[in-house]
Design a protein around this ligand. Structure first.
Ligand code: UGC
Length: 318
């Protein structure tokens, strides 16, 4: 039975899945030609080369596969695995207006009736469990889903990690997580000189960088903390986007909304040690809390999920 954590009642509006907005959680993989972002807000183009005798454009390094299992307590090596998840559409419950329910986007009243257009169908998705893979990235690649699909889409629900100190209240023993290798107690003369600047070996003048500081924030190990629910985010992806969760990123099991299942090829590392491969936490509404973490799923007359926060939203956060 996974541990549970007390959960406040909060309503979470949906954002469009874009690389800038998803950056701290991982990577969005898409052909920039299909990006929904205005040109001025698009991230720099990945490096491209011509391939296949000039008949293809090859985008290099569109996402990174991270394997941190050498830092796992078991030291059991991991292998790359590709699984297929056939994800059925989730049950959504009918919208019940709630008075003054806080939103993860601040004080905006998401249940203000005047703001819900008459052709909008509002439903609710209860986020009841989150999971993470502390030692590996995980890439979800949808198959057979058109970018223009209106009737079936998927939501990517993620949360930052709380500092370990804020999580101690809920669990005393931290689950396995990547801990940087500590330097050997007794340093050799070479190690001591290697830290000197300028370096006597390479002439480098900059101080040596801590192990992870050169990594992008989504690639740095996240620590043992629980999910930061007050900053939970929900994104809607289009069919021509794949997504990589950074190692250790708290996320909801994949949420498909609409009429039919979506097949995903899922690429990750695994060593078959249960709590090194996957850790879960059950979200249990706080005593006295009305409902827990709830994503507001608004769709238009054609069934397309509407974006309510962030870039391209009908209403912005501030
Ligand atoms: N994300 C999701 O749907 N599932 C997983 O991450 C898993 O490994 O079970």
């Amino acid at each position: 039975m996974p541990p549970s954590m007390p959960t406040p009642s909060m309503r979470v509006p949906i954002e469009a899945l874009t690389q800038p907005s998803f950056s701290q959680f991982g990577t969005v993989i898409e052909n920039p030609a299909h990006s929904s972002l205005p040109r001025s807000q698009r991230p720099p183009l990945p490096t491209t080369v011509s391939a296949n005798q000039g008949s293809a454009l090859k985008f290099l390094d569109v996402t990174h596969a991270t394997n941190l299992y050498s830092l796992a307590p078991s030291k059991k090596p991991a292998r790359p695995v590709m699984n297929m998840f056939v994800c059925a559409p989730r049950d959504l419950r009918p919208h019940e207006p709630s008075q003054s329910m806080p939103s993860t986007w601040g004080d905006i009243d998401l249940d203000d009736d005047d703001e819900i257009a008459s052709n909008t169908n509002r439903q609710l998705f209860d986020v009841s469990i989150l999971e993470r893979h502390p030692f590996t990235t995980q890439t979800f690649i949808p198959m057979g889903l058109s970018g223009y699909e209106r009737h079936t889409q998927y939501l990517v629900i993620v949360a930052p990690t709380l500092p370990a100190s804020a999580s101690r209240r809920y669990s005393n023993r931290p689950p396995p997580y990547p801990t940087p290798k500590l330097p050997k107690k007794r340093s050799s003369l070479r190690d001591i000189f290697a830290k000197a600047r300028p370096s006597p070996f390479t002439n480098e003048v900059a101080p040596p960088t801590p192990q992870y500081s050169r990594l992008h924030p989504s690639q740095r190990p996240k620590g043992p903390g629980l999910p930061d629910l007050k900053n939970l985010r929900a994104f809607v992806a289009t069919g021509n986007q794949a997504v990589t969760y950074g190692a250790g990123t708290w996320h909801a099991p994949m949420v498909v909304v609409g009429e039919r299942p979506i097949d995903f090829v899922v690429v990750q590392f695994a060593n078959d040690v249960g709590n090194e491969d996957c850790q879960e936490v059950v979200l249990q509404a706080d005593r006295g809390a009305e409902e827990g973490m709830v994503v507001l799923v608004d769709s238009d007359g054609s069934g397309r999920v509407l974006v309510k926060a962030g870039v391209g939203a009908a209403r912005a956060k501030l």
